[in-house]
Design a protein around this ligand. Structure first.
Ligand code: FES
Length: 124
């Protein structure tokens, strides 16, 4: 068995113009990820709320802040940072890029920094 782990290939999301603009949209299920296109920028993030697993793409978007439909935890889409009111770990985000007018994202989330934030509390 090889000691090297094989990298998974990037995930193609299709042409930039085909992605809905300013509407969080689920695009994958394993793991569930969602995209948010704003102009030429595409953010890719996990589509499960770190608090209790609600589907974030069904949440409310205000500027680039997404509020979970279940208990209103809010996240900054570009960085995944948790903005409260529930103290939660950050959202996992994925690097995305455009090549020959096709949008791709990394199959693995960006590494997250260790945080002193308390873990998500249990579901209320
Ligand atoms: S599941 Fe999202 S805030 Fe509770």
């Amino acid at each position: 068995m090889s000691p090297f782990r094989r990298e998974r290939p990037p995930v193609c999301l299709g042409p930039l113009a085909s992605l809905p603009e300013d509407v969080p949209t689920r695009v994958g299920t394993s793991p569930p990820v969602a995209i948010l296109r704003h102009g030429d920028t595409v953010h890719v993030f996990e589509d499960r709320c770190p608090h209790a697993g609600a589907i974030l793409s069904r949440g409310t978007l205000t500027n680039e802040h997404l509020t979970c439909p279940a208990h209103k935890a809010t996240f900054e889409i570009a960085t995944g940072r948790s903005l409260g009111p529930i103290p939660c770990r950050p959202l996992r985000t994925y690097k995305s890029w455009t090549e020959n007018n096709l949008v791709y994202h990394s199959p693995s989330p960006r590494p997250t920094r260790k945080s002193n934030a308390s873990p998500c509390p249990n579901q209320p």
